[in-house]
Design a protein around this ligand. Structure first.
Ligand code: ADP
Length: 187
């Protein structure tokens, strides 16, 4: 199963993608996690990405696309994956289309995890206190929500046109949301 998780920062993509991937026995690939791990290891990729992430901006497409191409080529992604946080721009969608076409694969589903803006800001502010992510400050949170609305929200329409989009309500208890996702993917 090849699934994309979309939705604004704070919608719970990372949490739910990890739970669901475990349940389905496929890998969870989060571009944000890969960037953060590169930042903490001080790799050249991490140094390049950090400047963008700390401002709430997207890392340039060429950097991100190459990273995802490498990750999807790993053997553990062959059986399927949940891709969380990619694609986020039209150029990334086209790039992903190409990657999948090269290996004769296609997406099975795109999930849009939804939550209203007040809830997103509350969750991200709480995470800032708990985890100290450098991009969870009020100013950067605002910018990330703006960048999502400008650059990524339009992709939802694109996947809806392709007939593979399902919106799932991200509000409520974690287990309840997981159950909704399981149902959505079974249909
Ligand atoms: P969130 O969805 O809460 O913003 P992520 O952990 O998914 O958090 O991403 C954190 C940051 O990593 C983004 O703000 C961006 O700078 C960078 N990033 C992650 N995925 C991408 C992507 N597909 N394209 C460009 N930048 C990305």
């Amino acid at each position: 199963m090849r699934v994309l998780f979309m939705g604004p920062p704070g919608a719970g993509k990372g949490t739910q993608a990890a739970l669901l991937a475990q349940r389905l026995g496929i890998v969870h690939i989060s571009t944000g996690d890969i960037f953060r791990s590169n930042v903490s290891q001080g790799t050249p990729l991490g140094l390049r990405a950090k400047a963008f992430m700390d401002k709430g901006e997207y890392v340039p497409d060429d950097v991100t696309n190459d990273m995802v191409r490498d990750r999807l080529a790993q053997p553990d992604a062959e059986a399927g994956f949940i891709l969380d946080g990619y694609p986020r721009t039209v150029a990334q969608v086209l790039e992903l289309d190409g990657m999948l076409a090269d290996s004769g694969e296609q997406l099975d589903a795109v999930i849009e995890l939804t939550a209203d803006t007040d809830e997103l800001v509350t969750r991200l502010s709480k995470r800032a206190q708990e985890q100290g992510r450098t991009d969870d400050t009020p100013e950067v949170i605002r910018r990330r929500l703006e960048v999502y609305a400008d650059s990524t929200a339009p992709l939802i329409a694109l996947f809806a046109e392709r007939g593979i989009l399902t919106a799932v309500d991200g509000l409520g208890a974690i287990d309840d949301v997981t159950a909704r996702l399981v149902t959505a993917l079974a249909n």
